[in-house]
Design a protein around this ligand. Structure first.
Ligand code: 5RP
Length: 218
């Protein structure tokens, strides 16, 4: 099976976690895109979606799924999204698609976070994938210097402006042994909007796409 076929399998498997009649939290990326397509097949059974990016909003709308402003919704039953890395404690690195801030907000609103990944995203220790950090543009150089003090090698993601009008620094060379502490530390740097570490609020369920089928981890 190709990596995209594994992503498609978990995207469709996530439909099992959608409760009819509810508003669904929807992530961003190529795996989440498969979930959106799957959601399209049951669009008459759900109220609609809250979306984590302009790209996902456009895909949802193209399938006729109503998209709600997150401020109009109190709580979400479930949030379904991919990840760039996930460890055995269900902590993740996210933000490869630059949507980390909206993803983190919607994950926080949801009762259950279902992470959908192909097996290549599973790691013992987070940090091989460069850690995305969304930063207010005027703080770029300052935040980069602070990230170097933490042992990282930040790199400006050229040509990328987030849906919130900010920039992304991708931080290499981090071995993240305490993801909660690093999430809190980086989020405390003035100018950081959010870091793509999802450790304080990790996933509740992971659906892992393998050639043998979809494996569920809780
Ligand atoms: C976007 C994300 C994505 O979930 C992450 O990058 C995984 O993407 P893909 O499903 O395309 O492999 O965090 O900001």
């Amino acid at each position: 099976m190709t990596q995209d076929e594994l992503k498609k399998a978990v995207g469709w498997a996530a439909l099992d976690y959608v409760t009819p009649g509810t508003v669904v939290g929807v992530g961003t990326g190529s795996t989440a895109a498969h979930f959106i397509d799957a959601l399209g097949s049951i669009k008459h059974q759900i109220e609609g979606a809250v979306s984590s990016s302009d790209a996902s909003t456009a895909r949802l709308k193209s399938l006729g799924i109503p998209v709600f402003d997150s401020n109009e919704v109190d709580v979400l039953d479930v949030y379904v999204d991919g990840a760039d890395e996930i460890n055995g404690h269900m902590q993740m690195i996210k933000g490869g698609g630059a949507a980390l801030t909206r993803e983190k907000i919607i994950a926080a609103m949801a009762r259950k976070f279902v992470c959908i990944v192909d097996a290549s995203k599973q790691v013992d220790v987070l940090g091989h994938f460069p850690l995305p950090v969304e930063v207010i543009p005027m703080a770029r150089a300052y935040v980069a210097r602070e990230l170097v003090k933490l042992g990282g090698l930040p790199e400006y993601r050229q040509g990328v402006v987030t849906d919130n009008g900010n920039i992304i620094l991708d931080v290499r060379s981090l071995t993240i042994l305490d993801p909660v502490a690093l999430e809190n530390t980086i989020n405390g740097i003035p100018g950081v909007v959010t870091v793509g570490l999802f450790a304080n609020r990790g996933a509740d369920v992971a659906l892992i796409g393998t050639p043998e089928g979809v494996r569920t981890v809780k």
